[in-house]
Structures are given as structure tokens and as C-alpha cells.
Design a protein around this ligand. Structure first.
Ligand SMILES: *Cc1c(COP(=O)(O)O)cnc(C)c1O
Length: 408
């Protein structure tokens, strides 16, 4: 543990307790039939994840196949416009175009050591599906990806990429026919095949040990960024900011800075088009605790506990739940969560394109819009931002909106 001169509790450093709880959040709300499979996974996580052998294999794959470490880029154009010093952690440069690959590679290597015969995964925008399909192809494991039929229509290029990597893509028509329904179906598949199948979850959500496992695999983002920023600029950031869907790129950036009390940590949720139910996906800002997909955390639900529809221009943030560790960090105050609208995100995306020559994902554009607002509050601030992915996948959406002109 880093010495900070402050007492930091285990809870604040984010070790879940033996029941997989982050404070009051997290846990394991799954059908009895899955308990042996989850116990097997938890044992694997405990035994294999910290081993030198696994760590070395993972680091080699990340370096030689996935393109890590990713660059840390000073963004002088944005900095001038916003009156701040802006540093971008370039997860858009990782293989397959987003931070999702960090988790997919790690879990596929873990699955192989657990003797899994096939991988199932869910995907919303398709980025996690693509990363998983690529990692499975590399490891020689068959891969089945569940995807809502609405998302299949919205994200055709990613469906094609998954198929190129040899994955089977199964359309889900039930429920909302988007990410939430796809997770339901992937879990159903796992329940039916708990012995040979490895369920590769894409964010820091779901039953224990997933929120912990995915956090550990994504925290490479913050470890690299902290080291790079200290090397290049000699000091820590004033603010670290990231977008929050399920919360994996955000926790991946934040984790390494939790003990640095001087660093303000800010998560940015999708404010969509308004504050009414169905107009946004601002789970931590507007939700209440409840159980979804095997875990107790903040959740967008109505008075009867029915999960609400969500909206965001960004498919990857369009999810009514959020990781349990974020719920804890919200309640204990270590991380602040703000929301930005579709419009603010699109505007920040345009500014990043024109002044930095970088097309960010619509998800990452939310972090940019959040950073812009924080810079206005604290002129001259040194801001570290997780640019979680590249925006090529969003070009269809962007061209439909104002022909890609977001300068207004
Ligand atoms: C999936 C995705 C997200 C949202 O997921 P988190 O688990 O919250 O990180 C954000 N950015 C990009 C580029 C994504 O593909």
C-alpha cells in the first residue's frame, strides 16, 4: 500500500469483504444452480489472478497483442479552449478500439486456466462483444455473444467484426431488446451450462467476484496513467475524470488514485435529453439501491421496483445499473458523480475532433464534457481524462445528427 500519511480503510481501498460486499453494496444474488460455478470462478480469481505466472502471461499479451501501454496525450487545443491542462489517457489506441480489451484478454486467459470449453458474453454497443470475440479467437476458444436485436440494428459494424473473429452472435428479442436483456440471456445460457462455460462479463457489475475481477483487470489504466503523468509532468492531476456506464473504465482509472487524497475523482453519467424517467441513464444521480443482475447497487427503478427504461445517445452508457463499488464511493464521498446531456457530449466530441485530431467514442465524449465543466469551475486545473474508446463505431449516429457539425 502506498504511504500517504493518512489512514485509509480497507473499504476505501476497495477490497470487497468475503461476501463480495463493497460497504453495503455488491453481493451475490444468483440462482442456487450457479453457486458452484461462481465458487469455482472465485477460487480461480483468488488463486490464479495474483500468481506471477498469470501476471506475466497477461502483461505479455497486453503488450504484444493489445498495444499497451497506451499513450498519455497532452491536449493543448482543448486546454486553451477550456482554460485547463488536459491529459488524455488513450484507451482508444488499445486493440479493438476501447478499454474493453483489458478485461477481455484477462478473463479469457483466466477461463483457459479454469479449463473452460466455451465463452459466453453479452454486449450492448458491441465493443465488449468485439473485444471478447477477438480474445477468444486468439486463445482458440469458441465464443457466443448475446446482443439485443435493437442494438444489432444500431451497431451493425461491430456485429460484422464479431462474426469475422468467428463468434456466434445471438439476437435477443425479449425485454428491452438491448443490453439488459442480453445480460439476462447470457446468464440463462450460463445457468444451463455451468460446468464447461465461462461467462465473460464486460463491466464492474454482476455478482461477486465480477466487480472485483473486472476492476483488477482494468486498473492497468490508472497504474499506467499515474506513472506516465508523473514521468512527463512531475506531478499528480488535480482531477481525474471518466464516463460511467457500468463503471469499468472509470474504476480502472480511479483505483490507483483512491489513496491520493489531493486528487479529486469525478465520474460522468449520461444525462440524455432530460431528467424524467426514460430520458437519461444517470443511475447514481437519480437512482435508488436495488438488485439487478445478481448484485445490490444503485439502480434506475420506479416506485414498485420495476427497472426503468434508459436513454443515452451513447449505447455504451445506456444501462440502468452501475457497479457496486461506485455506489460505495458515491456514498462515502470519495468520488463525485455528475451528469452531462447528449448535447453537451456531442459538442465536446466535436471540439476534441477539431482541436486534437482525435475522434472519441460517444461514451468518452461524456467524460470530455464533464472535464470542460470542471475546468470552468476551476481555471488552470490539471485534468486527467480517460478517453475510453474511439468513435469510428459512432459515425453512423454522428452523421445522422447535423451531418457531424456539432459546433453550435
Ligand atoms: C463500454 C464502454 C463504456 C462504458 O462502460 P464502462 O464499464 O462504464 O467503462 C465507455 N466507453 C467505451 C468506449 C465503451 O466501449
Amino acid at each position: 500500500m502506498r504511504q500517504t500519511g493518512h489512514e485509509i480503510s480497507a473499504e476505501r481501498l476497495g477490497m470487497p469483504d468475503t461476501n463480495g460486499r463493497f460497504g453495503e453494496f455488491g453481493g451475490r444474488f444468483v440462482p442456487e444452480i450457479l453457486m458452484p460455478a461462481i465458487a469455482h470462478l472465485e477460487d480461480g480469481v483468488r488463486r490464479i489472478l495474483p500468481s506471477d505466472d498469470f501476471t506475466q502471461e497477461l502483461q505479455r499479451e497486453l503488450r504484444e497483442w493489445a498495444g499497451r501501454p497506451t499513450a498519455l496525450t497532452l491536449a493543448p487545443g482543448l486546454g486553451r479552449q477550456w482554460g485547463a491542462e488536459v491529459w488524455l489517457k488513450r484507451e482508444d489506441l488499445a486493440h479493438t478500439g476501447a478499454h474493453k480489451i483489458n478485461n477481455a484478454v484477462g478473463q479469457v486467459l483466466l477461463a483457459r486456466r479454469l479449463q473452460a470449453k466455451r465463452i459466453v458474453a453479452e454486449t450492448g454497443a458491441g465493443q465488449h462483444g468485439v473485444a471478447t470475440a477477438a480474445a477468444c479467437a486468439r486463445a482458440g476458444l469458441p465464443c457466443t455473444v448475446y446482443m439485443g436485436s435493437v442494438d444489432i440494428r444500431r451497431q451493425a459494424p461491430n456485429v460484422a467484426r464479431m462474426k469475422m473473429f468467428g463468434a456466434e452472435v445471438i439476437a435477443v428479442d425479449s425485454g428491452d431488446a438491448t443490453l439488459r436483456a442480453a445480460i439476462d440471456e447470457a446468464m440463462r445460457d450460463w445457468v444451463c451450462n455451468p460446468v464447461d462455460t465461462y461467462y465473460l462479463l464486460g463491466s464492474v457489475v454482476g455478482p461477486h467476484p465480477y466487480p472485483y475481477l473486472v476492476r483488477e483487470l482494468q486498473s492497468v489504466i490508472g497504474r499506467e496513467a499515474r506513472r506516465q503523468l508523473l514521468e512527463i509532468s512531475g506531478a499528480l492531476p488535480d482531477i481525474a475524470v471518466a464516463c460511467v456506464g457500468g463503471g469499468s473504465n472509470a474504476i480502472g482509472l480511479f483505483h490507483e488514485f483512491i489513496a491520493d487524497e489531493s486528487v479529486r475523482l469525478v465520474g460522468v453519467e449520461a444525462g440524455g435529453t432530460g431528467s424524467e424517467p426514460g430520458e437519461h441513464a444517470a443511475t447514481l444521480a437519480r437512482g435508488k439501491p436495488g438488485v439487478l443482475h445478481g448484485c445490490y447497487s444503485f439502480l434506475l427503478q420506479d416506485g414498485d421496483g420495476q427497472v426503468l427504461e434508459t436513454h443515452s445517445v451513447s449505447a455504451g452508457l445506456d444501462y440502468p445499473g452501475v457497479g457496486p463499488e461506485h455506489s460505495m464511493l458515491r456514498n462515502n464521498g470519495r468520488v463525485e458523480y455528475i451528469t452531462v446531456s447528449d448535447r453537451e457530449a456531442l459538442q465536446a466530441l466535436g471540439e476534441c475532433c477539431r482541436s486534437e485530431g482525435i475522434l472519441p467514442a460517444l461514451e468518452s465524449a461524456h467524460a470530455l464534457a464533464g472535464a470542460k465543466r470542471l475546468a470552468a469551475e476551476k481555471p488552470g486545473a490539471k485534468i486527467l481524462l480517460c478517453l475510453s474508446g474511439r468513435g469510428d463505431k459512432d459515425l453512423d449516429t454522428l452523421m445522422k445528427i447535423a451531418d457531424g457539425d456539432f459546433s453550435q
